[in-house]
Design a protein around this ligand. Structure first.
Ligand code: KIV
Ligand code: ZN
Length: 513
């Protein structure tokens, strides 16, 4: 019988710490429902002490998803643990996750605490959390760079205080696989009482080794892995859920381990994470990249046509890649749209479907075929967007080889109509200047990119902007067959996200741990 690996998903907490990936409560809830469908065992929904907004988001997730454990992160203070408990207490199976750093670098420069103080505080925090729930996880931040014997003492104290899971993070993605495997073996051997807790690993991808290190941890006996969808997370990200799940599935001959992941939900989940966070997936990304199952070289294509196994180690259908069998167009009805949305993993209410159908019809009038990518941007704009402070009502742009680029904009600012015109060095600059003036915004444009969503001359342009204001960074996205309109929508979306972050400080991507 193969051993079962617990999948602890932290897309909504560590993943949300990716620069610009801040999600609002509604977006988090929608993702939580999809992660439940995917079959994760534990869902780390957030860090409630970081903001009242995050506490509320975690609370609504705890009330809604019932088929998994819901965890909330807390530092070792009573206030943090109280906030975590208040957020998850209505969950079917709540978990409090407390952490403190254990490396000398963190002790000396960040915490300014001695090892003995950290040891005591870790045990006290676990004991305090145990008053609320049986299910308490303890993490030793920067564990991989900590003194091994001290790490084992802290884990031992946490287990003694009642921790049911102890987690070893490679917080800065520094470890190498052999070294990490050896460290996990050491912890298993030297930590007093370790048999009473599940040993977990949590890796970051700074050297591109997060998945390798996570698998090394499993080889050494860890039985929980902390992962995010698409590998999003701080800096270079966390271990990618899909990579670990598919490695264990594809190489069960070697690993002898299994998970509860429903692999066919991997692609729908990946797409939803991309849509919600605005963080695109690199085309050559393992399992979920656009090219992960594309065979370009003639010799490969020939082989695959003769027998897929020549060049394919996983079947695309297994990870939920459906072929676009049903192309939608202007004659498609609500029913066809609803079915395609369900195949893509979106479960919309009647009201949402009606709204989306209206936009779908407008687009279908301009574009011959509506592809999955088009549907996804409609969902992003119509259903998943932040509560709007700013709404674009009207845009008219004059530009050309002789004209001074001018934009006339009508913008709704918290319901109030504002109209104005402005210039720029190009039509997009003129549009952004005018919108910023009407919105009273001081946001700076850090990055601008435009892509064709799908092939063909009538493809929609998808614009992504990265905006910054007072240390807050937000991504904005917009799509339209007209790229100036797409740019305006992206800019307005980015401004809305900045506004949301201002009201919910944890959404800055700068939570102090
Ligand atoms: O990377 C890390 O150390 C963390 C802990 C809070 C578990 O995210
Ligand atoms: Zn982390």
């Amino acid at each position: 019988m193969e051993d079962r690996v617990i999948i602890f998903d932290t897309t909504l907490r560590d993943g949300e710490q990716s620069p610009g990936a801040g999600m609002n409560a509604q977006e988090k809830l929608r993702l939580a429902v999809q992660l439940e469908k995917l079959g994760v065992d534990v869902l780390e929904a957030g860090f409630p002490a970081s903001s009242p907004g995050d506490l509320e988001a975690v609370r609504s997730i705890a009330e809604k998803v019932r088929r998994l454990e819901v965890a909330a992160l807390a530092r070792t203070s009573k206030e943090d643990i109280d906030a975590a408990w208040s957020a998850v207490k209505e969950a079917q199976d709540p978990r409090i996750h407390v952490f403190i750093a254990t490396s000398d670098i963190h002790l000396e420069h960040k915490l300014r605490m001695t090892r003995e103080e950290v040891l005591r505080e870790a045990a006290e925090a676990v004991r305090y959390a145990k008053q609320f729930t049986e299910n308490v996880e303890f993490s030793a931040e920067d564990g991989s760079r900590s003194d091994r014997d001290f790490l084992c003492r802290v884990f031992g104290a946490a287990v003694e205080a009642g921790a049911t899971t102890v987690n070893l993070p490679d917080t800065v993605g520094y470890a190498l696989p052999d070294e990490f495997e050896e460290l996990v073996r050491y912890v298993r051997k030297k930590t007093p009482g370790i048999g009473r807790a599940v040993l977990s690993v949590h890796c970051h991808n700074d050297l591109g080794l997060a998945t390798a290190n996570t698998l090394a941890g499993l080889k050494a006996g860890a039985r929980q892995v902390e992962v995010t969808m698409n590998g999003i997370g701080e800096r270079a990200g966390n271990t990618a859920l899909e990579e670990v799940a598919m490695s264990l599935h594809t190489r069960r001959d070697i690993m002898g381990l299994h998970t509860g992941i429903r692999t066919a939900e991997i692609h729908p989940t990946s797409r939803l994470v991309k849509t919600v966070t605005g963080i695109v997936v690199q085309p050559n990304k393992a399992v979920v990249g656009a090219n992960a199952f594309a065979h370009e070289a003639g010799i490969h294509q020939d082989g695959v046509l003769k027998n897929k196994m020549t060049y394919e180690i996983m079947e695309p259908e297994m990870v939920g890649l459906t072929s676009n069998s049903l192309v939608l167009g202007k004659h498609s009805g609500r029913h066809a749209l609803k079915r395609r949305l369900e195949e893509l993993g979106y479960d919309l209410t009647e009201k949402e479907l009606n709204r989306l159908f209206k936009r779908f019809k407008e687009l279908a009038d301009k574009r011959k075929e509506i592809l999955d990518e088009d549907i996804e941007v409609l969902v992003a704009e119509e259903i998943l967007r932040c509560p709007d402070q700013f709404e674009l009502d009207y845009l008219n742009v004059v530009s050309g080889t002789v004209a001074v680029p001018t934009a006339t904009v009508k913008l709704r600012v918290r319901g109030e109509e504002r109209q104005g015109a402005g210039f720029g060095i190009g039509p997009i600059d003129a549009t952004f200047n005018t919108i910023a003036k009407l919105a009273g915004s001081r946001s700076r444009l850090l990055r601008f990119s435009v892509n064709a969503i799908s092939g063909g001359m009538d493809a929609q342009g998808e614009v992504t902007v990265r905006l910054q204001e007072n240390g807050l960074v937000a991504l904005g996205r917009g799509a339209d067959p007209d790229i100036i309109t797409a740019s305006a929508k992206a800019f307005v979306n980015g401004l809305n996200r900045i506004e949301y972050m201002k009201r919910n400080p944890s959404r800055t991507g700068e939570i102090t741990l």
